[in-house]
Ligand binder design. Structure first.
Ligand code: SF4
Length: 352
């Protein structure tokens, strides 16, 4: 394909038309030497809807481990032997403290995640209480990720002021039995439908690198389009030792970028977030991910660390992107690092 052809895909996407299956496959199978042309075409679509703004999300693992499910990618599952911290729901003051940290790190959305198939009534009530307090004390948007939800639970989350609920489809319907046997793809779809019916926007994405085919990647994106998901986190599998995917290594930075381009072409208006595995799999090409994607996590992931916030700020600034506040307005990103270096230099001069 020439750059003209990639632009044809961008134009189709901008018109709201679907790529054909053949065109979608061609995005994933393109040779490395046309990667920049693909990224430029995907950026046309991204820029049309999102300009050069970047949204930041801050993740809090508010309850860790001890999960009865068997999601093969997850270090918190019942079949994982990974050495992770396991704890019940954090006390409210710790949750509020984390929300303050999210604000300091310029995050627009505070993602509040708990492990488990579904929350118990006691945990659910405590989550609602914490949500109300964070909403009262900050401008953060709140996204909760609480596992499978009933329609009644979704309604109660809406009443508490939750802005968004995350529940990832993770992979295609066809590939789902290979990654989890304790709940189904349809269970996950049902939760997203309950959330949408309650008037809350949905966040749902996937994990790439779990043995899926190109068609599975395409089908995942098409399911997210059909469900009109608002926000789409794209994770790249970190094969955590002690999980069934330990030792899996299917990804390289170019493949990850092609997947992000495909998601942008198929989901032009949706927020696409580079999620877990960004540092591990995109490595030195991380800034290029911001050309198809318009959002990323800042700080740590659920059970794996992310890079320092200052490094992320520097990357965004160096690439000429700007931060977006939770209300969509541009956010000043002061050059903390340079200020610090200048202060240190001044201190050294004063000592002489
Ligand atoms: S992804 Fe969620 S439901 Fe699946 S094992 Fe991990 S904590 Fe449990």
């Amino acid at each position: 394909m020439t750059s003209d052809n990639w632009n044809v895909l961008a134009e189709r996407s901008l018109r709201g038309e679907l790529l054909s299956r053949e065109q979608a496959r061609s995005v994933l199978n393109a040779p490395d030497e046309v990667l920049l042309e693909q990224l430029a075409a995907a950026y046309r679509v991204r820029r049309h809807y999102w300009g050069n703004r970047v949204r930041l999300h801050f993740l809090l693992n508010a309850q860790s481990g001890l999960c009865p499910e068997d999601c093969h990618y997850c270090s918190q599952s019942k079949i994982s032997t990974a050495e992770i911290q396991k704890y019940p729901l954090l006390a409210k003051d710790k949750i509020l403290h984390a929300a303050e940290q999210a604000e300091r790190q310029k995050a627009g959305t505070f993602c509040f995640v708990i492990s488990g198939r579904s929350p118990t009534e006691s945990t659910f009530s405590q989550v609602l209480e914490a949500v109300r307090e964070v909403k009262a004390k900050s401008d953060l948007k709140i996204c909760t990720c609480l596992g499978l939800l009933s329609s009644e639970q979704a309604q109660r989350l809406a009443e508490a002021g939750v802005d968004r609920v995350n529940h990832n489809l993770n992979t295609s319907a066809a590939h789902h039995p290979q990654i989890c046997t304790t709940h189904t793809f349809d269970n996950r779809v049902a939760t997203l439908k309950h959330v949408k019916a309650a008037g809350i926007t949905t966040c749902s994405g996937g994990i790439i690198g779990m043995g899926e085919s190109d068609d599975d990647v395409i089908d995942l994106a098409l399911s997210l389009r059909e469900l009109e998901v608002t926000s789409v986190p794209v994770n790249f599998l970190i094969p955590i030792p002690g999980t069934p995917f330990e030792g899996t290594n299917e990804l390289n930075p170019r493949r990850c970028l092609r997947v992000l381009c495909l998601f942008r072409f198929l989901l032009p208006t949706q927020e696409i977030r580079i999620a877990g595995g960004r540092e591990v799999h995109l490595r030195s090409l991380q800034p290029l991910g911001l050309y198809p994607a318009n959002s990323m996590f800042i700080a740590d992931y659920l059970t794996t660390p992310g890079q320092a916030a200052e490094q992320d700020f520097e990357m965004i600034r160096d690439a000429g992107f700007i931060l977006e506040a939770s209300d969509g307005s541009p956010l000043a990103l002061h050059n903390h690092k340079r200020v610090k270096v200048a202060e240190e230099a001044r201190g050294a001069q004063e000592q002489r």
